[in-house]
Design a protein around this ligand. Structure first.
Ligand SMILES: NC(=O)c1ccc[n+]([C@@H]2O[C@H](COP(=O)([O-])OP(=O)(O)OC[C@H]3O[C@@H](n4cnc5c(N)ncnc54)[C@H](O)[C@@H]3O)[C@@H](O)[C@H]2O)c1
Length: 377
């Protein structure tokens, strides 16, 4: 199998600059391309700043930073990636922009070049089919911040060749990523349950189940996380949550659709107000709503063959920094609580009826193992 010697990254924004930084940190050469020189310089500036912070925190020496920077070049000339082994697209999340770009890259790049998209919300296959090389086309979905978050969802579409998958996994390994292979499905694996987690938090607020501090506290206890969903949205941007849930809702139905209160908050252009008092008497009920949604969705995606149980758990732990993955949580809280929590959600939305969780109930309790839903083909 041929090696990965040169990688191109298109787009020097938040993701593109971070992806390039990580590739160079791990010893590979990378070329970053953007449409204007000022955008290229801004991306390179962000990389330099982050590496500089790494020196202050004694993660890197100044010599190492010099070395890393020497492996990154930035340009507006797309020909610079023509001979790359892999080109990773990280431009605006706009179908037309990405489509035009892939047609251009397809014309420009060598036979050997694998084209990859970092799209969050479009099907990988849609872009692959615009090119003459669908077999050498794949999704590589990074997580913010790509120089720090180790998770990479590797997403072959129907026509991706086995060699391309293997080469992409090798490229991932070479730049320090932990890969999970995921089907080309809406939200891929991690966002499929993470976005509903955010959305459900706002739904509970809308339904006046509890106030924001109580929902935050329940989420932290349920998933052993440092930041609850509202604080997370304040940090990462409410529009991203709205955009992601809108896409999932369009593809997968109303269960995933954006809560009205979330849309309204985006319109107000204000962060969530986190102030207030936690109501302990409501914590358990809120935790169960979170469990019902997240565990139910995780079981659904495994049922559909989007990802394996192990990879879904790894995705949550590495990508979201949950202490346990959804299936490990099911094992911990037990069959009864999982089943009851998921069933309460499926009664609200029949679209979400994971067979693996229903099958737990069908099993006589004396012979039931802890929650280990079977994976259906
Ligand atoms: N931000 C996240 O947390 C996140 C996570 C995973 C995936 N993504 C995906 O990564 C992609 C990039 O997101 P971002 O947050 O870095 O966006 P961004 O707006 O920060 O950066 C996009 C960059 O692409 C450049 N660009 C636009 N059109 C171009 C073209 N035709 N050729 C070359 N460069 C072009 C822009 O000038 C800009 O610098 C999107 O598809 C997004 O959905 C984002």
């Amino acid at each position: 199998m041929s090696q990965i010697n040169k990688i191109g990254v298109i787009g020097a924004g938040n993701m593109g600059s971070g992806i390039a930084q990580k590739i160079a940190q791990e010893g590979l050469n990378v070329v970053v391309v953007d449409i204007k020189d000022e955008y290229v310089q801004s991306g390179l500036g962000i990389i330099e700043q982050l590496l500089g912070e790494g020196v202050e925190r004694k993660i890197f020496t100044p010599e190492q930073v010099k070395d890393v920077l020497s492996r990154i070049s930035g340009t507006t000339d797309f020909n610079a990636v023509a001979d790359a082994d892999l080109v990773i697209e990280a431009v605006f999340e706009d179908k037309q922009v990405k489509s035009d770009l892939f047609k251009k890259l397809d014309q420009l790049c060598a036979e050997k070049t694998i084209l990859a998209t970092n799209t969050s919300s479009f099907f990988v296959g849609e872009f692959a089919r615009l090119t003459s090389r669908p077999d050498r086309f794949i999704g590589l979905h990074y997580f913010y911040h790509p120089a720090k978050n180790r998770l990479l969802e590797v997403i072959p579409h129907e026509g991706t060749s086995r060699e391309t998958v293997e080469k992409s996994l090798l490229a991932a390994k070479l730049h320090g990523k932990t890969s999970i292979v995921v089907k080309d499905a809406p939200g891929f694996a991690v966002n499929r349950f993470f976005v509903p987690f955010l959305n459900e938090a706002t739904r509970m607020l809308e339904e006046k189940i509890a106030n924001i501090p109580t929902i935050e506290q329940a989420a932290k206890r349920a998933f052993k996380i440092g930041m609850g969903p509202f604080e997370l949205m304040n940090v990462t941007g409410i529009p991203i949550a709205v955009h992601a849930s809108t896409t999932l809702g369009n593809e997968l139905g109303p269960f995933y659709a954006t809560a009205d209160i979330l849309k309204a908050q985006m319109k107000k252009n204000e962060n969530w107000d986190l102030a207030g008092t936690v109501d302990e008497s409501k914590i358990a009920a809120v935790m169960d709503r979170f469990y019902g949604v997240c565990l139910g969705v995780a079981a659904s995606l495994v049922d559909e063959g989007v990802a394996s149980i192990e990879d879904t758990d790894r995705g949550a732990k590495i990508g979201l920094r949950w202490v346990m993955g959804p299936f490990e949580i099911m094992n911990k809280i037990g069959v009864e609580r999982t089943f009851t929590a998921v069933e309460a959600i499926t009664q609200r939305s029949p679209i979400l009826a994971p067979r693996s969780v229903s099958s737990m109930e069908a099993t006589p309790s004396s012979t039931r193992e802890a929650a280990t839903p079977r994976q259906t083909p």
